[in-house]
Ligand binder design. Structure first.
Ligand code: SAM
Length: 238
């Protein structure tokens, strides 16, 4: 396992207040977004959870799918401590690793990757290489459940979204030392790595979205256009 780099953000400082800060800012919207596709994950058997923070999503996932085991990777010791506490009753199905997501390879049995509001902590280059690395290690049929912020292209919410995201990055810079300043593009790297989007849901005028991508084939070498947005909530397994 790689050692953690000193320049990386440290979420230890915000771990204990993270949940309350989130509720104060957007109420239950983030948790609803994380859990939107929960019931679609019942056939999955082993999940790799990247940067789940205090473990609220993972606890829900392990409770709703009793056949699933999970590996949770996070750089923050305090976040991992909260996650383990929250998942204590399911700990026989849980492995935790304090490491960067970039340093961990999914095991051969992994059929679900989860990253909620995590890829936005990475630079574009880090997202590109993480996606390529995961695609390289996983079997076709693996799902990647992603929730993220986005700036909706045409929406009365666009100005609000831009301002909110700017404030969010500033708050994380001050509290954790996160140096990323803008949302990385995720759909292009996923498409290029052989993932295809099979489900999409958005809320708050498009500021928040959740989607499922399925690994269809590996190593598509050229960049392809990401699929167009599929309405406000769809799940089309093909
Ligand atoms: C913005 S929080 C998101 C937490 C949670 N997933 C959510 O939905 O709110 C980012 C989380 O990712 C972790 N993190 C940041 N950079 C990381 C990295 N390179 N590898 C693994 N975890 C990382 C942080 O410690 C934190 O728990």
């Amino acid at each position: 396992m790689n050692t953690l780099q000193a320049s990386k953000p440290d979420f230890d400082y915000v771990a204990s207040v993270y949940r309350w800060a989130e509720y104060l800012a957007l109420g239950s919207q983030l948790q609803s977004t994380r859990k939107h596709f929960l019931s679609a994950l019942n056939e999955r058997r082993h999940a790799l959870i990247l940067g789940d923070g205090d473990g609220r999503f993972l606890a829900s996932l392990l409770r709703s799918n009793r056949s699933l085991s999970a590996t949770a990777v996070d750089t923050s010791k305090r976040m991992l401590r909260l996650l383990k506490k929250r998942c204590a009753e399911m700990d026989s199905r849980l492995v935790t690793m304090q490491a960067t997501a970039q340093s961990v390879q999914p095991s051969a049995c992994t059929d679900l990757i989860v990253s909620h509001f995590f890829l936005d902590c990475l630079t574009q280059q880090e997202v590109d290489s993480l996606v390529a690395q995961i695609a390289n290690c996983c079997r076709p049929g693996t799902w990647w459940l992603i929730s993220e912020f986005q700036i909706p292209p045409r929406s009365p919410w666009r100005f609000f979204a831009k301002t909110y995201i700017r404030m969010l990055y500033f708050a994380f810079f001050v509290t954790t030392g996160l140096c990323v300043r803008q949302l990385p593009e995720t759909r292009m790297p996923l498409s290029s790595a052989g993932f295809e989007r099979v489900a999409y849901h958005q809320s708050l005028g498009g500021l928040l979205y959740s989607e499922i991508w399925e690994l269809r084939s590996k190593a598509v070498s050229t960049h392809t256009q990401p699929p167009a947005t599929m309405g406000s909530s769809t799940l089309n397994e093909g």
